[in-house]
Design a protein around this ligand. Sequence first.
Ligand SMILES: N[C@@H](CCC(=O)N[C@@H](CS)C(=O)NCC(=O)O)C(=O)O
Length: 241
Amino acid sequence: MALELYLDLFSQPARSVYIFAKINNIKFDFKKITLFAGEQYGEEYGKINMMRKVPAMRDGEFHLAESIAIMMYLSEKFQTPDHWYPTDIQKRARVNEYLSWQHTAVRMHGTRVFWLRLMIPKMLGEEVPKDKMAAALEDLDGSLQLIEEKFLQDRPFIAGDDISLADLVAIVEIMQPVGSGLVVFEKRPKLSGWRNRVRAAIGPELFDEAHQIILSAQEMVKSMDGSTLQPFKPKILRLFL
Ligand SMILES: N[C@@H](CCC(=O)N[C@@H](CS)C(=O)NCC(=O)O)C(=O)O
């Protein structure tokens, strides 16, 4: 049985797993789980991932959730090039340091900005108080500043001269608020130079293909049916407002 990856490219961690598998020529069946249609709550998907999130992986009888765990599994199983998850313990520690930090920093703040700027007003019809928006933008800005000053410093990539899982996880998260129309790179030359290197290392075609959905999100929401999200409105507002 081929390796199965359960993905929706609207999701940042799903994109990182998708890019990682593609760039390493790992063969897989793309199992689309449409989050906005609530497919993650279906009975069948509950058997794949009881946490009801994407991404998830099935390799024969073995099921795995969590993007970072999935990419580490794939890197070991398929012996991907060392730079992705270096065996040198200090380089690996740099990658781990970023991966450990980002959940409650770039991921949390970038996701919040995406929902506050785009999904909550346009799909749920809810007005976002100005102070909430300002606080979310400030938090995101603080995280981007730390990526530049602490994680990148003067290095081309987070762990040194080559791209690693840390850069991949970072870029997919930063692209989420970009998808809501936020100007991120233009005012940050260091981050912008790094983004260009990451895109070149991934390959512009694969990078753009993986981000096509999120970069057309502003256009898509115009024709999307907001009623599919209504049942989740209390949960969404609790999470982001
Ligand atoms: N820590 C998890 C996060 C997974 C996650 O939160 N996925 C979101 C999309 S970005 C999801 O599936 N949400 C569906 C829901 O909460 O209903 C990972 O890295 O895989």
